[in-house]
Design a protein around this ligand. Structure first.
Ligand code: GDP
Length: 478
């Protein structure tokens, strides 16, 4: 595919606002091709960058361009920068939010407006003191979209990628390249048509192998054996309900004998390997026996690996007859017995009768989506801002944290950063509280959630007394 067909995103702005940091963020997220343009490193740097969904765009950084014309830059460089802006499908006009809006920003905004392409303002360095105020100020540049980010701390860059994706879709460009179809991209890509890797795990004799057979029979799917990612392993690829799934290490699941019947610990080792290779783990427990410590251990591995989790309570044909309470009571009890699976959907199945089998893949697709779910920074602060102001969270040390704002820094698993006055581990009860608020705000069922605390950079700890409001942040030496 020729380069000209790609969606062109151009990063513009006055010097020192963090254009190249942003450029590097986008480029580093995916293996990208940086075009080597000899002798031009200080004017327009170009790279093919990828969105999380695999679409490719062409990213240009007009690094050496000084919109105010203060620096002695050859006219040719300026012309190339202006040409890049004119040829852009989307301009990201970067400002330094911690410095507010300066004349150079207004000059850059004028240049972009004259050139005419759609433009979103990126208020960078919001992690710094006054960053949030600067983000608000940036609206004054008069463009319809303003996004606060910290390129340095990888905050808000996810949102920006989504913004690029939206503009790209609106422009009708597909952004597809051969590379986008590569397995590497497919592995963590969950748009329709992309593969979801599933691991069936659990203790011996809970019915993993029977479930697998029921699953492959039930779905009347297009099934094919494919080489697994680890040596000698065999996976099964199947297409069902328009989605592609890969069941990892099916041979290992079916192979009865040595490993599965050996010491229990071996099945945990095997589960661990499968978990590493999957997007979503199906943890099969024997409903007629109830969960064991080993089931809880496997659930913990799934959470630690950041994978999606579904509890499959199998042999419900036996257990359901015996259970005193309702199916809901049973599900509740099961969830409380496996703490790392509190967020996981529970399916009651019977490999023998076929009950519940048809819901497995649909649920897995939902969990895989939830694991890639993103909440915008605005929405997050609506959901959490008030709660964290009214009752500031405590760290494990007992100290109270002052949270300035919250941002989602990643997906798969969804990861959130609380930017606070100090970087300390949250008290577990606070982590639970925040996690619950996040889960109320959006459907993250089956997906683990990570919550990190980051110290706001750009200034020292506030002094207990006599804090000067007027002082500008000093960048911390690194
Ligand atoms: P694995 O070791 O986890 O792969 O378990 P298997 O699939 O080999 O099943 C172990 C035993 O449980 C076999 O005798 C199966 O027939 C039986 N089994 C599996 N699923 C069910 C189920 O849903 N209901 C009942 N009643 N038995 C089952």
């Amino acid at each position: 595919m020729s380069k000209t067909a790609l969606f062109r995103v151009v990063i513009a702005g006055r010097p020192n606002v963090g254009k190249s940091a942003l450029f590097n963020r986008f480029v580093r997220r995916r293996r990208s091709i940086v075009h080597d343009l000899p002798g031009m490193t200080r004017d327009v740097l170009e790279a093919e960058a990828k969105l999380p969904d695999g679409r490719t765009f062409l990213l240009s950084d007009t690094g050496g361009y000084d919109p105010e014309g203060r620096e002695k830059i050859p006219a040719s460089v300026r012309d190339r920068a202006v040409a890049a802006i004119r040829g852009a499908d989307l301009v990201l006009l970067v400002t330094d939010a911690s410095a507010g809006v300066l004349p150079g920003d207004r000059a850059a905004a004028r240049a972009v407006r004259e050139a005419g392409p759609p433009c979103a303002v990126v208020a960078n360095k919001i992690d710094r003191r006054e960053g949030r105020e600067g983000e608000v100020e940036a609206w004054a540049l008069g463009f319809p979209e303003v996004y606060g980010v910290s390129a340095e701390h990888d905050i808000g860059v996810d949102d920006l990628q989504a913004v690029i994706g939206e503009h790209m879709s609106a422009s009708g460009r597909t952004g597809e390249t051969e590379a986008a179809a590569s397995a590497e991209v497919a592995a963590d890509n969950l748009e329709k048509g992309h593969e979801i890797a599933l691991a069936v795990v659990g203790r011996p004799n809970v019915g993993k192998s029977s479930l697998l057979n029921a699953l492959l029979g039930e779905e009347r799917a297009i099934v094919s054996e494919v080489a697994g990612t680890t040596r000698d392993s065999v996976d099964v690829s199947l297409v069902a309900s328009g989605r592609r799934f890969r069941l990892v290490d099916t041979a290992g699941i079916r192979r009865r004998g040595k490993t599965e019947q050996g010491p229990e610990v071996l099945s945990v080792v095997q589960a661990r390997k499968r978990i590493e290779e999957c997007d979503v783990a199906l943890l099969v427990v024997d409903a007629s026996e109830g969960p064991t410590g080993q089931d809880a251990t496997i659930a913990r591995y799934v959470a630690e690996a950041g994978r999606g989790l579904i509890l499959v309570a199998n042999k419900w044909d036996v257990a359901g007859k015996r259970e005193e309470g309702t199916a809901e009571d049973f599900q509740e009890a099961l969830a409380s017995q496996i703490p790392f699976a509190r967020h996981a959907p529970i399916l009651l199945t019977s490999a023998t009768t076929g009950r519940g089998i048809s819901r497995i893949l649909k649920t897995a697709a939902t969990v895989a989506e939830n694991r890639h779910r993103r909440i915008s920074t605005g929405e997050l602060n609506r959901v959490l801002g008030r709660a964290l102001r009214d009752k500031p969270p405590r760290a494990a040390s007992g100290r109270v944290l002052k949270v300035f704002y919250v941002a989602q820094t990643g997906v798969a698993p969804p990861t959130f950063a609380l930017v606070a006055n100090r970087a300390e581990t949250l008290h577990f009860s606070e982590e639970r509280r925040i996690e619950n608020l996040l889960r109320e705000a959006a459907d993250f069922s089956g997906a683990p959630i990570r919550i990190l605390v980051r110290e706001r950079s750009g200034r020292r700890e506030p002094q207990p007394r006599g804090r000067s409001k007027s002082s500008r942040p000093k960048p911390r030496s690194r």
